[in-house]
Design a protein around this ligand. Sequence first.
Ligand SMILES: CC(C)(COP(=O)(O)OP(=O)(O)OC[C@H]1O[C@@H](n2cnc3c(N)ncnc32)[C@H](O)[C@@H]1OP(=O)(O)O)[C@@H](O)C(=O)NCCC(=O)NCCS
Length: 158
Amino acid sequence: MPERPANQADHRLIDEVEFGEDVVVYSFTNLYGCRIGDRTRIGPFVEIQRGATVGADCKIQSHTFVCDGVTIEDDVFVGHGVMFVNDNRPRTGGEWELLPTVVERGASIGSGAVILGGLRIGMGALVGAGAVVTRDVARGETVAGVPARALPARAASE
Ligand SMILES: CC(C)(COP(=O)(O)OP(=O)(O)OC[C@H]1O[C@@H](n2cnc3c(N)ncnc32)[C@H](O)[C@@H]1OP(=O)(O)O)[C@@H](O)C(=O)NCCC(=O)NCCS
C-alpha cells in the first residue's frame, strides 16, 4: 500500500493516511488518520479527519470537509465546499456522541451541501447544491433545498 499520493504538490499535510494506488491529492489539503481508495482525487483545501474513509474512484472537490465517522463508498462525487457533521448538538466541552454517516456507492453531493450527522445517503442518490440534508436519502433519490426534500424524478426525454 503506497504511503504517499501518486502526484507531487506543495503545502499538503499528510499524516497517517492509508492510500490506495494512484490517488491524486492537490495542494493545501489536510489529511490525517483517514483512508483513501484507489484512483480517488482530492481537490485543494480539502480536510479529511482521522476516522473517515473514502472509497475508490471518488472525486472530492475543493473546500470540502469530511469528518470523523464519515464513510464514503466507491465512485462517489462530492462537490465543492460540502460540509459533513458528526455532532448535531455541539458544545465546547463534555461528552459527545459521534454520529456516523455513510454515503453509498455512486451517490453525488452538490456543492455547498451540509450533511447532518448519523445519515445514510443511498446508492446513486443525488443531493442538490446548497441542500441541508437532515434525513436519510433513499437509493436513487434526488433531494434539494433546506431542509432537503425529494425532487420528483424526471423522465429521460425531459
Ligand atoms: C438538484 C438538481 C440535481 C436538480 O436538477 P434538475 O432535475 O435539472 O432540476 P431543475 O433545474 O429542473 O429544477 C427543478 C426544481 O427544483 C428547484 N431546484 C433545482 N436545484 C435546486 C437546488 N439545488 N436547491 C433548491 N431547489 C432546487 C428548481 O428551482 C426547480 O423548482 P421550480 O420547479 O419550483 O422552478 C440540480 O439543480 C443541482 O443542484 N445539482 C447539483 C450541481 C452541483 O452542485 N454540482 C457540483 C459540481 S459543479
